[in-house]
Design a binder for this molecule. Sequence first.
Ligand SMILES: [Cu+2]
Length: 499
Amino acid sequence: MIATAVAVLAVAGCSNRDTEAAAATPVVHVAETGGSLKGDFGPPQGKPIDAVLTSPPNVPPPTGRNYPAKVIVTLDVVEKEMPISEGVTYTFWTFGGTVPGSFIRVRQGDTVVFHLRNMPDSKMPHNIDLHGVTGPGGGAASSFTAPGHVSRFTFKALNAGLFVYHCATAPVGMHIANGMYGLILVEPPEGMPPVDREYYVMQGDFYTTGKYREKGHQNFDMQKGIDENPTYVLFNGSEGALTGDNALKANTGENVRLYVGNGGPNLVSSFHVIGEIFDKVWFEGGTRFNENVQTTLIPSGGAAIMDFHLEVPGSYVLVDHSIFRAFNKGALAILKADGAERPDIYTGKEVDAMYLGDRAAPNLAAVSTAAQSAKSGELTVEEQVNAGQALFAGTCSTCHQANGEGMPGVFPPLAKSDYIAADAKRVPQIILHGLQGPVTVNGKDYNSIMPPMNQLTDDEVANISTYVLNSWGNKGGRVTKEEAAAIRKLKPANASEGH
Ligand SMILES: [Cu+2]
């Protein structure tokens, strides 16, 4: 019955039937690799080799070997406080002192002697589960390590691929949420095809008691973790880990390879590079590659390898295309490509502030400086202005323009605004509660809507306001964090009040 129906459809499909049939049945050109059954599995040869471990975003060089060896890996567990965002610190638990942990590179068939050392000043026991290990727990049971102790286990790398490793000590979710994950590449026997540059990027979701970018030291929030409601979604453990001065670098004409992992603990990544198309994606970190891919899914506890050739210079933005995560939780990194313009391929301008937001600036050091001074009660107006300027670029300049002039008939000017001059407190008020309905600014009428930006923290509102009050010929003044907090609690203002 069904077969007949298909045959009829096929006949009805007429002239380009063959092409359609070919498209529906993908031809697999690559032979099976044999998984864990086939490889260079003889006894390790030569002297034992100390594995080269690298900190992100660096990747160790290819093993360059055509024989199996005994490879010694020594990985240290370090609990340490590091910035998670500008002016925000967090106590990370790490493999090798970084988030993600050190990158490990071996060859299929290698015998890996793994030493896990937990530093004496650690507060917690830890272990490691490597997804590239064949054996119950992936090493977890044999590597449970108390502070100040070392444990050792050996495994043979049977399957080639890019694998996640992570801590699996209870509560597992908490250990992973604190940054305990990294990648191990098990090269296929013939190695990976050579490229000009390789980088290591890993996504993770983070759960802090304070809201996104709330300054000071932040603690882990277990309930947010259970609810899968992250405060931050980050590449390489910190906002700004791969932006501004820390952006990944390459030149046009080069082939770039990214080894991208997702530590989770909760989210699945829709990994995308704005302005590029992946020439190849070894999806799920396995042996097969797909070609010409825009966005690739990277599951929690999974990885992918992607290659692309750079033709056009400029900033390419790595994002999780679940896009609120990129622009409101930090999942944004930049690859800067240098080289001559290629108007034959692309005539557009350098990626605009729309995509980079406040990450367009070389760094957000002014924001951390202001946070430090605020903590010690010595915050100056100048520090507030500097911090506010960096944030204005990402939040306000799209509409009001970097020079505060606005756009005629659409966005009112903030420069020399008589509307602001009438009452300086209108600035934080409007930022937090928005503005709609008719307003007159410098003799011109506007009747539009500015959406509230209450996702900003109190000190961000205070600093942006202070920047506006002290810029472009405005009268000066200052808004404090406390004032911003008080205004947040008020009801939205009526736009026409005072007019
Ligand atoms: Cu742990």
